[in-house]
Design a protein around this ligand. Structure first.
Ligand SMILES: [Fe+2]
Ligand SMILES: [Fe+2]
Length: 198
């Protein structure tokens, strides 16, 4: 699988790791909004519950169901099989961090439900879990980006193509058709909503 560079006209292999890096970029944009939302709530100001529902949806579908599954079910086993490992980024630690993120997303869901019902506990839970989650998830993304650099050195173009195909198959299996594109658009929508916060 190749893509043509618009400047050089050369064909380059499609990197499966670039798919994950692009997803990290989308997630980091949402983390920035989560930081702003937590600060806003701390100030005693209100945000539409719909915003939190969309954030939780993004995390459950885009991050957990698709992105983490690509890493846990496809990339990491492949790297282990190829003996590509980074001592400073043990895959077991990455796995534990995924589990911690999943736990926090479940609490966020409870927080969102309470906030929507007008309960003060919901605001507190959302502030706490947003702060904890973005802290853990940002460090996690940095660690994985280091691992992806190492993977790019060790994987052949054929490996990357096989992984890209497996990622595509996983998306087809786990998400309804069009969901991946809709989730990408959701990040733009969230940024447009947050544009009006002062
Ligand atoms: Fe991850
Ligand atoms: Fe990741």
């Amino acid at each position: 699988m190749t893509t043509q560079n618009s400047k050089t006209g050369m064909f380059q292999p499609v990197l499966a790791t670039d798919n994950l890096r692009r997803e990290h970029e989308a997630a980091l944009r949402v983390f920035r909004l989560m930081d702003r939302a937590a600060a806003y709530l701390k100030d005693g100001r209100d945000i539409s519950p719909f915003f939190f529902e969309q954030v939780v949806d993004f995390l459950q579908l885009f991050v957990v169901c698709s992105h983490h599954a690509k890493e846990e079910e496809i990339l990491f086993p492949y790297l282990i099989e190829k003996h590509i490992q980074e001592n400073s980024v043990p895959i077991n630690t990455i796995h534990q961090e995924h589990l911690e993120e999943h736990r926090l997303i479940q609490i966020m869901e409870t927080g969102f439900q309470l906030y929507k019902a007008g309960k003060g506990a919901g605001r507190k839970l959302l502030i706490e879990t947003f702060e904890q989650y973005t802290h853990i998830a940002r460090r996690h993304v940095m660690k994985e980006n280091t691992l992806f650099m190492l993977a790019d050195k060790g994987l052949s173009a054929a490996d990357q193509a096989a992984l890209t195909q497996s990622f595509h198959d996983l998306e087809c299996r786990k998400l309804y058709e069009g969901t991946a594109a809709r989730l990408g658009e959701l990040v733009n929508e969230l940024e447009r909503e947050a544009f009006h916060w002062d």
